[in-house]
Design a protein around this ligand. Structure first.
Ligand code: GLP
Length: 236
């Protein structure tokens, strides 16, 4: 594991964007695993800038996102599909048809999960998976549990996650209680994993996840077993 501590969010975003840009330059037809939340916004801004300046080209990139709220469709401004369009896809020259986000409005979420895993497999897996981390140690929406779940699956969000994500909604009552998330199999099979965490509030969970025991009670701790993991933490 490569654990990098930086001083500012800007530095974190530049380093993360540079790692993603290097991936695209090295393999123009790569599969990027992408994340939502507040942490990647700065990196997406930098990638947009690099694309506008001709440093990187998204035209042959495919992306698969980690997760989506159940019940929110792409037109809902709280959906993760909407977030990705707004923060990245609508700003760079990616082919939208090659950007995938699990559907939170599928009739059968379990089936949607199976199809999502098949899709990732058919793409040859993920070259670089970008992750944030929840205060309870979740990655994607894999919440603390008695076991790790391998496949893309339906989850009930923990009360602490609903509370943490309420900042993006009008009220806590508006936060969906369920989500569909990639499981640990696709994440752990990604060739490279890059996890970014911003702010002192994340320090404690990072210590548990990366310097404590590997346990499903701290889902991100499984990443200690990944052969090519980079964590970037910014204190401020
Ligand atoms: C959400 C997302 C996660 C993300 C986490 C942390 O719950 N499902 O993928 O990593 O929030 O968010 P933030 O980056 O805003 O701290």
């Amino acid at each position: 594991m490569n654990f990098i501590t930086v001083k500012t969010y800007d530095e974190l975003s530049t380093k993360a964007a540079n790692i993603i840009a290097a991936q695209i330059i090295n393999k123009p037809n790569c599969v990027l695993g992408l994340a939502t939340g507040s942490s990647p916004v700065g990196a997406y801004d930098k990638l947009t800038e690099y694309c506008k300046n001709g440093i990187i080209d998204f035209s042959t990139v495919t992306s698969v996102n980690l997760d989506e709220y159940v019940g929110l469709d792409s037109s809902n401004n709280q959906s993760y599909r909407y977030f990705m369009n707004k923060n990245l896809f609508d700003r760079v020259n990616i082919n939208k048809e090659k950007t995938f986000v699990p559907s939170g409005t599928a009739d059968d979420i379990e089936k949607e999960g199976e199809q999502y895993d098949k899709l990732i497999k058919s793409l040859g897996g993920i070259d670089l998976q970008l992750l944030g981390i929840g205060l309870d140690g979740h990655i994607g929406f894999n919440e603390p549990d008695e076991y790790f779940t391998a496949e893309t699956h339906l989850v009930s969000l923990d009360a602490s996650t609903i509370k943490a994500n309420a900042r993006f909604f009008a009220s806590e009552a508006d936060v969906p209680t369920k989500a569909i998330t990639m499981g640990m199999m696709s994440i752990m099979q990604a060739k490279k994993v890059l996890l970014i965490a911003n702010g002192a509030a994340k320090k404690e969970i990072l210590e548990k996840a990366f310097f404590g025991p590997i346990t499903p009670k701290v889902p991100a701790s499984i990443l200690q077993l990944h052969p090519d993991l980079t964590v970037i933490y910014s204190e401020n």
